[in-house]
Design a binder for this molecule. Structure first.
Ligand code: XBP
Ligand code: MG
Length: 257
């Protein structure tokens, strides 16, 4: 049986509640800056999360929601790619500002788990749909700039053509680390994320959040409320785990099971 060598983390929803408190806010700021009277509600955003990737999500909104909301289709500028890319670049700028302002803390247990992994000599990587600059700004403003180096690979955004639920981003991270899927454990928060990680043959632990609590997590080794802390128990929603918080020992047990 393979040894556990590396942990591969999703970012949005897994490390921090960035969707509601970061991405959504930044999208609306970008729309306002562009003079558009679009304002996505937290509820609409939950539906829009079905499509991963910010540029892809803007197009999904325009194609599948706009006309229904307003009674007429959006009249797209002559160069749709440039229009969407411009809006998205502005959204990234606002997102990074929000991170610099400390708008989004890391979720319960994340810092502890990173530290335990480092102490245990486990390798770490990131596999996310979001723009690379968003990952580094979240890490920098929660853990300090040096934390970027804790991750051997930051696989993010357009680095692969097919975003989650495609397995490509996890496959990319595994390949860059020169490991096999059976040597790694993945962490995700959403159905699309789980499809991506399990599509790469990775055993996966899920921590849910408000946007994903009703998702289908068939195929996950473990579904948890969060990672918990010694003084703040997690809830085990599915799978076998007797621990009150998720530690590297828990990871090893899940991995060997
Ligand atoms: C994350 C996403 C991303 C972010 C937006 O999904 O879906 O699209 O919401 O990021 P996952 P960008 O957690 O499954 O990786 O706007 O930078 O694309
Ligand atoms: Mg996620």
């Amino acid at each position: 049986m393979s040894q556990l060598e590396a942990l591969i983390f999703d970012v949005d929803g897994t490390l921090a509640d960035t969707e509601r408190d970061g991405h959504l806010v930044a999208f609306n700021m970008a729309f306002e800056e562009a003079g558009l009277d679009w304002n996505w509600s937290a509820e609409l955003y939950g539906q829009l999360l079905a499509v991963t990737g910010g540029k892809e999500r803007i197009r999904y909104y325009l194609n599948d929601f706009y006309e229904q909301e307003r009674g007429q289709a959006f009249s797209m500028p002559d160069d749709p790619d440039t229009f969407v890319a411009g809006l998205h670049a502005s959204k990234t700028k606002f997102y990074m500002q929000l991170m610099a302002d400390g708008a989004v803390p890391l979720r319960t247990g994340v810092v502890r788990l990173f530290q335990e992994a480092r102490d245990a000599g486990l390798r770490m990587a990131i596999a996310t749909t979001t723009t690379p600059a968003n990952v580094t700004s979240l890490l920098t403003h929660t853990l300090g700039a040096e934390s970027i180096d804790w991750f051997e690979v930051i696989a993010a955004g357009d680095i692969v053509p097919a975003k989650k639920p495609a397995a490509d981003i996890f496959l990319y991270a595994i390949e860059k680390m020169n490991l096999k899927a059976e040597q790694c454990l993945a962490f995700e928060d959403s159905h699309n994320g789980l499809l991506s990680s399990t599509g790469a043959n990775l055993k996966t632990v899920v921590t849910i959040n408000d946007y994903t609590s009703d998702h289908d997590f068939t195929g996950a080794e473990l579904v948890l409320s969060d990672f918990g802390e010694p003084e703040q128990s997690m809830k085990v929603l599915s799978g076998n785990c007797d621990d009150s918080y998720f530690s590297i020992q828990s990871a090893q047990k899940i991995f060997q099971a």
